[in-house]
Structures are given as structure tokens and as C-alpha cells.
Design a protein around this ligand. Structure first.
Ligand SMILES: [Zn+2]
Length: 367
């Protein structure tokens, strides 16, 4: 069993680094706004071109450079140093750096496209842009959920169809009993990067699938893997991915509405020339960042409820609860989980109920 004090320290340090990185982001946005440096950056961009989309591209490059460089130390400490310090990582420094570059390329491209669309929409639909953007971004999230397992995640990880026919047969039997069909089970080569074990339901529509990390497949017994599969099947049967996307849609509408209000109320104060003036980007980012923090406990509560629903599904689907409990024990050990986090910490930060609660839930579950 993992050392509870060690697990506690690991998670505490991780949270401190995440919160510090978040506060740094906030501070940077406030500095850009209140010093007027964002207007200096916009002038610099407009100095080279008067085409709005090209000037925005230059501005985004400068904005991205500043925010990424400032956040790099925290990204490194959280993503590389901490994982190595607690012996949870198999990744080399070069491998980590390469992932950062890939992440920047993918995230940067998507971010630039989103921002170019946003400011074009503000120019073309000065009144209704926020509704247009909310609808288009929502469609984009659906598309991204569909494409993630076939285009985006393979940039970072290798996947291959699960070859263990006994396991595939168990899943098919589970699916048949549930009256549903999953498009496939894939082995996720996580061991190149991490010692942790993981499983997930991914994709939407024609790409939905269950993925199991090779680290999990190597350490778990077949009936424990069946319990994990049944949990993921529970997410599928209860349409949890669709529910999360819907929740994201509501948050997106709210976000764009608040951005519009913030631009109307505060835009003139900071010297922006209307909503289409992209120097207001730090204000947009500030609204989004604060909103995402405010709704984090609600999103995580919703997520924990879905996890409990998937656990209940799994416990009904498998012949006995013992492999479910032992799979939880193994997950806790491999992932250095904090079995019993402080209730407030769990409420705000945890997307899954604590291992202690999940095991207690299984033991109380009617046989
Ligand atoms: Zn789950």
C-alpha cells in the first residue's frame, strides 16, 4: 500500500503549483490590462499591417509568447519535476519538451482559429456576435470530442486495438447484457511516459471507444480489468460525454454573455476602440479564467455524481464486488492517490470521489 503522507505531499505540492500557475496567469492579464501594455502590443501589430486578421495574428503571437514563457516554470515543475520526484514518470526531459512543443502547436493552432473567428464575428455581427460565437464554439466542441481519439490524442500517445481476446469477449458480453455497443477497446501506450494506470471512455458517435492504459493491463487481473471496463461502459450507457458537452455549452453561452457585458462596461475604461479592438483580449481571458474557477466546484460535483453512477453501473454488471474493490486498491497504489482528501479539497478540486468513498460505496452496494 502507498504511504499516505507521501501521497498527501504529492497532491498538496501539485495543488500549490497549479494554483500558483493560475494566480500568475491572472496577474499577467491584470498587468497587461492596467498598464495599457495590451494597447502597446496592438499598436505594434498594426504598425506592420492594417489587415485586421493579420494584425490579430501578430498580436496573438506576442500575447502567446509572453503568457507561455511566464507559465513555463510552473508547467515544468508540475508536469516534469513533481512526477519524477515521486517516481511516477517514465518520461525523459527531451520527451517532455517535445510534448510541450506538440501541445503548443495543436493548442496554438486551435486558439488562433478560435480568436480569428471571434473577432471576425464581432466585425460582421456587431450585435449578435456573442450568440453566433457560442453556437459555433459549441459545434466545434462536438467536432473536437469526435476527432480527439483519432486525430488529436494520437499526436501524443500510441493506441492499438486490444489484442487480448478473452478481455474483448468479456467486454462484448457486458455490452450485450447492457443492450449497447461500444465501437472498440484500445490499448493506450501510457508506459512510455508514466507509471500511472488509467482508463477512459473517449470519442463521440462513430469514434466512441474504451481505452485502457498498458500500465493497467500489465498490473491488473482479468476480473479487475472487467470491473474497470464495466465502469467505462457505465459512462457510455449513461451518455456522460454528451452530458459534459452540454454542460460545456451552457458555460460557453454564459461566458460569451459575460464577455459582452464586460466589454460594454469596462472596454471604454481601458481605452479600447469598441468590441472588435483585439487589445481587449486580456479582458476576455480574465472573464473566462475567473468564470472557470467559479464554476469549477459545480463542474466537479457533477463529474463526481457521474462517476458514482458509473460505479453503480459497474457493480450491477459484474458478478462480484471483490474485483471492483481490488481494482480501486491497485489504482490508488499505482497513481499515489490521496485516499481521503480533506472534504473541501475534494469538493473543489476532485473530478472523482475519493478512493475511500468509492470502496465504501462498493462494500455497501447490495450484492
Ligand atoms: Zn469514470
Amino acid at each position: 500500500m502507498e504511504d499516505p503522507a507521501r501521497a498527501k505531499n504529492y497532491h498538496k505540492t501539485g495543488r500549490i503549483l497549479s494554483v500558483a500557475g493560475y494566480l500568475l496567469d491572472l496577474a499577467l492579464l491584470l498587468v497587461l490590462l492596467f498598464t495599457g501594455w495590451t494597447i502597446v502590443l496592438r499598436r505594434l501589430a498594426m504598425h506592420y499591417t492594417l489587415r485586421p486578421w493579420l494584425a490579430l495574428l501578430i498580436y496573438l503571437f506576442l500575447f502567446g509568447l509572453i503568457t507561455q514563457l511566464a507559465g513555463l516554470p510552473f508547467d515544468f515543475l508540475r508536469g516534469y519535476w513533481l512526477e519524477h520526484r515521486y517516481e511516477l514518470s517514465n518520461q525523459t526531459l527531451v520527451g517532455w519538451a517535445l510534448d510541450q512543443v506538440k501541445g503548443l502547436a495543436v493548442g496554438g493552432t486551435l486558439g488562433v482559429l478560435a480568436m480569428e473567428f471571434l473577432y471576425a464575428a464581432i466585425r460582421y455581427w456587431p450585435q449578435s456576435w456573442w450568440v453566433v460565437c457560442a453556437v459555433v464554439f459549441m459545434g466545434f466542441f462536438v467536432l473536437l470530442a469526435n476527432l480527439a481519439p483519432v486525430i488529436i490524442l494520437p499526436i501524443f500517445f500510441k493506441f492499438r486495438p486490444l489484442e487480448n481476446s478473452a478481455l474483448v469477449e468479456r467486454l462484448l458480453a457486458l455490452s450485450r447484457r447492457a443492450g449497447t455497443r461500444v465501437r472498440g477497446v484500445f490499448e493506450w501506450k501510457l508506459s512510455e511516459k508514466s507509471k500511472k494506470a488509467n482508463a477512459a471512455l473517449m470519442g463521440l458517435g462513430n469514434t466512441r471507444r474504451i481505452v485502457l492504459s498498458d500500465t493497467l493491463l500489465a498490473q491488473f487481473q482479468e476480473d479487475e480489468i472487467e470491473a474497470v471496463l464495466a465502469h467505462e461502459l457505465g459512462h457510455h450507457v449513461h451518455r456522460h460525454i454528451l452530458q459534459m458537452i452540454t454542460l460545456q455549452g451552457v458555460a460557453t453561452f454564459l461566458g460569451f454573455y459575460l464577455i459582452r457585458r464586460a466589454l460594454e462596461l469596462l472596454g471604454p475604461h481601458f481605452g479600447f476602440q469598441g468590441a472588435a479592438d483585439f487589445a481587449n483580449l486580456p479582458l476576455l481571458a480574465l472573464v473566462t479564467t475567473v468564470l472557470s474557477l467559479l464554476i469549477l466546484p459545480a463542474v466537479n460535483s457533477y463529474s463526481r455524481a457521474m462517476e458514482r453512477q458509473a460505479d453503480a453501473y459497474a457493480l450491477r454488471a459484474i458478478p462480484s464486488r471483490a474485483p471492483f474493490v481490488s481494482s480501486m486498491e491497485k489504482l490508488a497504489e499505482l497513481n499515489l492517490a490521496e485516499r481521503q482528501p480533506h472534504p473541501w479539497i475534494e469538493f473543489i478540486f476532485h473530478s472523482h470521489p475519493s478512493i475511500q468513498k468509492r470502496i465504501a460505496f462498493a462494500q455497501k452496494f447490495p450484492a
